[in-house]
Design a protein around this ligand. Structure first.
Ligand code: HEC
Ligand code: HEC
Length: 472
């Protein structure tokens, strides 16, 4: 009997996360669902990590997999996790819609673009604390230098309902308190496990009317498997059964290699298996340069000290002030604002702290070229536009924002005026002033985009028509 009790399953998950995060990873070359069955030498993990052979999915992960693809678990009967998180598209949508349609009749639009589910496993729980000291040292951020004490501060993890409690430590200076981690654009779920029930119950996603009806479906379809894995008592306890469903979905995302294949050209480059093209190399230099793109100060692109592949995010939250996207149906109401941590999807104590309003999680840029919908409101559809935003926002706002009726520029028009002081105007390239030259010119933007395209998994020498990779 394959019984896993609650206590050990939690440490099991923690261990698995550690081993996944710590392996440096690239069990890559399994390729089974990444669409690269050809086993390209260029995407092979390095000798250091190739000892890690992908184990077959555990029974719990197999249950999670079945649930991930099960359309009958939705209110409409036709939507599964994979509908929006398609394995053939790096677990992002197959279509180019800004927001997906869900709900019982598949006609209710969502409010935010669907992120890819690749590379979520190392996401820390949501917390408010100092910027990551090691990372800050590595990136030599002007903000860390300016705030001085940042390096000595540690993050203060917070969990669970925080009703009535102060969430920022009283002795932590305000400018060191950086929200970080968590799932979703607003960090509202702490882990893959916590996250999983959200879409199953969301009225504009899988839209089960309530937890009870979901529980009934789960018991009917998966009762025997749940009982075999977690004991018969789990079937009589609605909240325990649903929490095991979340656990199984998380296990699937942790164990299934195609959620974190590390098989991009850039990974092969970091392993010394391939050279970047001249344009990609220039793009990388601009991405890193603190006076040019400065992208790497938030989208971390170096191996960590302990050899892990870069996540292309520091998991911190920022308000960038991207322009409002009239194509999101909810935005038809001029009083509606997506404030990120401050809701509408989040409603804990953090959501009521004005300094958090307008802040969204820095997304990973891995597989970003495979998405056609950028930022939390999907306002941009090309990487050129997304990159140009950063350098033109302050130097040429007329090219980014619409005009007010009086002819003035509606800068930061997707954030109510009271929260605009939260917008980052300190980090390059967003520290420039009106009329200054942009930090990147058009040729440089093209180079940065060439680099971003090296971050797509499933790269192979064959596809790129190159033969530079060395067999390990
Ligand atoms: C109707 C489309 C849809 C379906 C179906 C759906 N999701 Fe999502 N998913 C989204 C959207 C949209 C977001 C971002 C929402 C937000 O940030 O508020 C998201 C976010 C996530 C995230 C967080 C990713 C991140 O970057 O933080 C995970 C994990 C996830 N979904 C897993 C699942 C699982 C597991 C299922 C099935 C139980 C599922 N999703 C079903 C649309 C969907
Ligand atoms: C100060 C931190 C910071 C810097 C510097 C930064 N980014 Fe970002 N990036 C973010 C955050 C935060 C978001 C999400 C913001 C939102 O949606 O409102 C984001 C989103 C993006 C997205 C959209 C990804 C998606 O899946 O929707 C792209 C593309 C991107 N950044 C590229 C870049 C490039 C290129 C640079 C350098 C020119 C750069 N970023 C510099 C923090 C940063």
């Amino acid at each position: 009997m394959n019984m896993i009790d609650r206590q050990s399953r939690l440490s099991f998950l923690a261990l698995a996360l550690l081993s996944v995060a710590g392996a440096g990873l690239g069990w890559a070359a399994q390729g089974e669902t990444t669409g690269q069955g050809a086993d390209p030498a260029g995407s092979r993990p390095s000798a250091a990590s190739s000892g890690e052979s992908a184990a077959p999915l555990s029974a719990v992960a197999q249950l999670g997999k079945a649930i991930f693809f099960d359309q009958s678990l939705s209110g409409s009967g036709t939507m599964s996790c994979a509908t929006c998180h398609d394995p053939a598209h790096h677990y992002a949508p197959a279509n180019g819609l800004i927001v997906q349609l869900g709900g019982p009749g598949l006609d209710r639009p969502g409010i935010r673009p669907v992120p890819s589910l690749t590379y979520k496993i190392a996401t820390p729980a949501f917390s408010v604390g100092a910027e990551n000291p090691a990372e800050e040292a590595a990136e030599a951020s002007p903000m860390a230098e300016a705030s001085g004490t940042a390096l000595s501060q540690q993050a203060t993890p917070v969990a669970g309902p925080m009703a009535g409690q102060p969430v920022v430590k009283a002795d932590a200076p305000a400018d060191n308190a950086v929200p970080q981690g968590g799932m979703f654009w607003d960090g509202r779920a702490d882990s893959l496990e916590d996250q999983a029930l959200g879409p199953l119950l969301s009225p504009f996603e899988m839209a089960n009317p309530d937890a009870k009806s979901l529980y009934d479906k789960i018991r009917t379809r998966y009762g025997a498997r749940l009982a075999a894995l977690f004991g018969n008592q789990v079937l009589d306890d609605q909240s325990m059964a649903l929490s095991e469903v979340g656990f199984a979905l998380a296990r699937y995302q942790v164990e299934e290699p195609s959620f974190h294949p590390y098989s991009s050209k850039y990974d092969a480059y970091l392993r010394g298996q391939v050279k970047l093209s001249a344009a990609e190399q220039r793009g990388l230099a601009l991405f890193d340069d603190a006076k040019k793109g400065n992208c790497a100060s938030c989208h971390l692109d170096k191996r960590t000290d302990d050899g892990q592949m870069p996540a292309f995010t520091d998991y911190e939250f920022e308000a960038l002030g991207v322009p409002r996207n009239p194509a999101i149906p909810a935005n038809a109401d001029p009083r509606y604002f997506d404030l990120g941590i401050c809701g509408p999807q989040r409603n804990d104590d953090f959501a009521h702290q004005p300094q958090n309003c307008g802040l969204f999680k820095t997304p990973t840029l891995r597989n970003v070229a495979e998405r056609g919908v950028y930022f939390h409101n999907g306002v941009y559809h090309t990487l050129e536009e997304a990159t140009r935003f950063y350098v033109a926002r302050d130097t040429d706002p007329a090219s980014i924002y619409p005009k007010n009726p009086d002819g003035s520029i509606a800068k930061f028009n997707d954030l109510p005026e009271t929260y605009r002081s939260n917008i980052d105007v300190i980090d390059a390239p967003m520290d420039r002033k009106l009329g200054q030259p942009p930090a990147l010119n058009e040729a440089e933007i093209a180079d940065v985009v060439a680099f971003l395209k090296t971050l797509s998994d499933g790269w192979s020498d064959d596809k790129a028509g190159k033969t530079t990779a060395q067999q390990q």
